[in-house]
Ligand binder design. Structure first.
Ligand SMILES: [Zn+2]
Length: 229
């Protein structure tokens, strides 16, 4: 009995939120963490698509909004989140990536976690300089073939000299949302809507700000922060 209790307490279940502007590297960090501890990465886009695909009642509702090109309302996102967080794969912990996006969503999430009796361990803010983000995203190129979509980078992983995909030979293009103008706009939206969450979680004393551009270094900082929990 005592042994069981000890091993339970030693079990490292991590529930965290990753904050950071587009291009800050949330996806890369989430993958490092989930590979490490078996937790699962949850993004709003993924769970909406999942619910639609599974044809659940909530999924059908979400599909209606998406097909009309409307934003899925927060209340519906929270309902889908509630069922998602109770799935078996979340028992080893989860990383919320790109959610919450606004203060009202953060409030709703707080209530939901209380209801589900789940503790949030850490909120990590990836603080990457704007110049680095602009450079990362404006140098990205994507294969135009919809069934290939290989990602290139004109600095670190260039396509062929005449701008073709090395895998399928199709033209490699710059996505419309990855031009300097589009990225500047995405960063503005982020600063306006999402950056206030940094203060929100600072007040909750759960925020870890990490200023680094190296994934290995960020990963180490997160592990240290979790050890202190
Ligand atoms: Zn291709």
């Amino acid at each position: 009995m005592l042994f069981a209790l000890c091993s339970f307490e030693k079990e490292d279940i991590m529930r965290m939120i990753l904050l950071g502007a587009p291009g800050a590297g949330k996806g890369t960090i989430a993958k490092l963490l989930t590979d490490y501890d078996g937790s699962v990465q949850i993004s709003t886009g993924d769970i909406l698509r999942g619910a639609v695909k599974a044809g659940t009642e909530l999924g059908k509702k979400a599909q209606g909004y998406m097909e009309r090109g409307d934003l899925v309302p927060d209340s519906l996102i929270m309902d889908i989140m509630e069922s998602r967080l109770q799935e078996t794969d979340c028992k080893k912990g989860f990383i919320l990536d790109g959610f919450p996006r606004t203060i009202p969503q953060a409030d709703a999430l707080k209530k939901l976690l209380e209801k589900l009796k789940l503790r949030l361990d850490l909120v990590v803010n990836l603080d990457v300089p704007r110049a680095v983000i602009l450079d990362r995203l404006t140098t990205r190129r994507t294969c135009s073939n919809p069934s290939c979509q290989e990602i290139y980078n004109i600095k670190s992983k260039p396509p062929t000299p005449d701008g073709k995909c090395k895998k399928c030979g199709s033209p490699v293009i710059q996505r419309a949302d990855e031009t300097e103008e589009a990225i500047t706009k995405r960063l503005e939206t982020y600063n306006e809507k999402t950056a206030p969450l940094i203060q929100y979680y600072q007040k909750e004393r759960i925020l870890k700000n990490i200023s680094s551009t190296s994934s290995e270094e960020i990963f180490k900082h997160i592990q240290e922060a979790l050890k202190g929990k």
